[in-house]
Design a protein around this ligand. Structure first.
Ligand code: NAP
Length: 305
């Protein structure tokens, strides 16, 4: 099968762009990769690591001649980038993004783009708590989902080529509308991150404990919160600023459930607590059966030592 794109341009060269670039190269999905990042340091690193064939000082230069442009900057930076590249996009180019929120990206990007390009918003459900070009690795998208949220009138051929690129780097494609994506991600990713940030913040408030016991005994559950709470501060600030309604909706439900469990604890309602935990354990089993995590105890950490 022929490569879906000839020249891919990345705007932003961090974890996601770096991983995509490595995976695209490995699978031979494009002949040329160009890119740009805000700082000279990131641009030089990306070139040294061989993520890109050429780096450019500006996004306008990086997109010249590209038939696929991938916006890999924080959600809050998408509008300015779209504005900058718009006059320089090649005729018929596909423009996509990897932002964690979809409706806000559509609102920020679509108005800037000329009619002769195809804008198809996307979000790979894969990542780590690390940032920057050195954090990228070619296997990041293997056995992960990539959600595309095409807007009305999307060209089926452009959608097919973008889907083939994501499948070529190991992901499975799901297509849904942007508001639905934002609600689903508020449940599965955004609110859990906020809860992790809060839990780690609460522990930090108990400074007395942080200095010693919290770290010493962190394997008891807290450690997994700290991994999530180490995620990129700018990226996550933008997620909450731009997926406000859905995260507030899910947080409202979360708070109600928390109160219900709090009452059960106060009243010694063991049956309610046990029923609740049986239900959540079944969800964990479902995730493992769907191949989205390991069944190994402690997430396989013990085996890796
Ligand atoms: P990252 O590693 O921090 O990389 C971000 C890149 O964007 C860097 O090259 C940075 O350049 C550039 N950049 C930052 N602010 C900019 C601005 N205002 N204008 C122009 N360029 C700017 O981030 P990432 O994890 O790859 O995330 C990129 C996108 O993917 C975000 O929209 C995020 O929501 C989405 N996403 C992330 C994950 C995840 O788990 N990390 C998962 C799925 C989707 P410098 O290095 O030069 O500053």
């Amino acid at each position: 099968m022929s490569a879906p794109f000839r020249h891919v341009a990345f705007i932003g060269l961090g974890l996601i762009a770096g991983s995509m670039a490595l995976a695209i190269r490995r699978a031979g999905l494009a002949q040329k990769i160009s890119g740009t990042a805000r700082t000279l340091e990131t641009r030089q690193t990306a070139l040294e690591l061989g993520l890109v064939d050429t780096v450019h000082e500006t996004a306008a230069q990086a997109v010249q001649g590209a038939d696929l442009v991938v916006l890999c900057v924080p959600v809050g930076a998408m509008s300015a980038v779209a504005h900058e590249i718009a006059p320089h996009l090649a005729q018929g180019a596909v423009v996509t993004d990897v932002g964690s929120v979809k409706q806000a990206v559509i609102d920020a990007v679509a108005p800037h783009l000329p009619g002769h390009v195809h804008f198809i918003p996307g979000h790979p459900l894969a990542g780590t708590e690390h940032s920057g070009p050195r954090a990228g690795f070619a296997e990041l998208f293997e056995n992960r989902w990539c959600i595309l949220t095409p807007i009305e009138g999307t060209d089926p051929d452009a959608l097919d080529r973008l889907s083939r690129l994501w499948q070529g780097v190991g992901a499975s494609i799901d297509v849904m509308d942007a508001p639905h994506h934002d609600l689903v991600l508020a449940v599965t990713s955004h609110t859990p991150h906020l809860i992790a940030y809060t839990m780690v913040g609460v522990a930090d408030d108990l400074r007395r404990v942080t200095d010693s016991e919290v770290i010493k005994y962190s394997a008891a559950g807290f450690r997994d919160f700290t991994r999530i709470a180490a995620s990129d501060p700018v990226m996550w600030r933008d997620v909450f600023l731009t997926n406000k309604d859905a995260t507030l909706e899910i947080l409202g439900r979360f708070t109600e459930e928390l109160f219900a469990l709090q009452r059960a604890i106060r009243q010694g309602d063991g049956a309610l607590l046990q029923d609740y935990f049986e239900r959540t354990r079944a969800i964990r089993r479902g995730i493992i059966e769907a191949g989205q995590d390991t069944a190994a105890p402690d997430f396989g950490r013990a085996q890796k030592k």
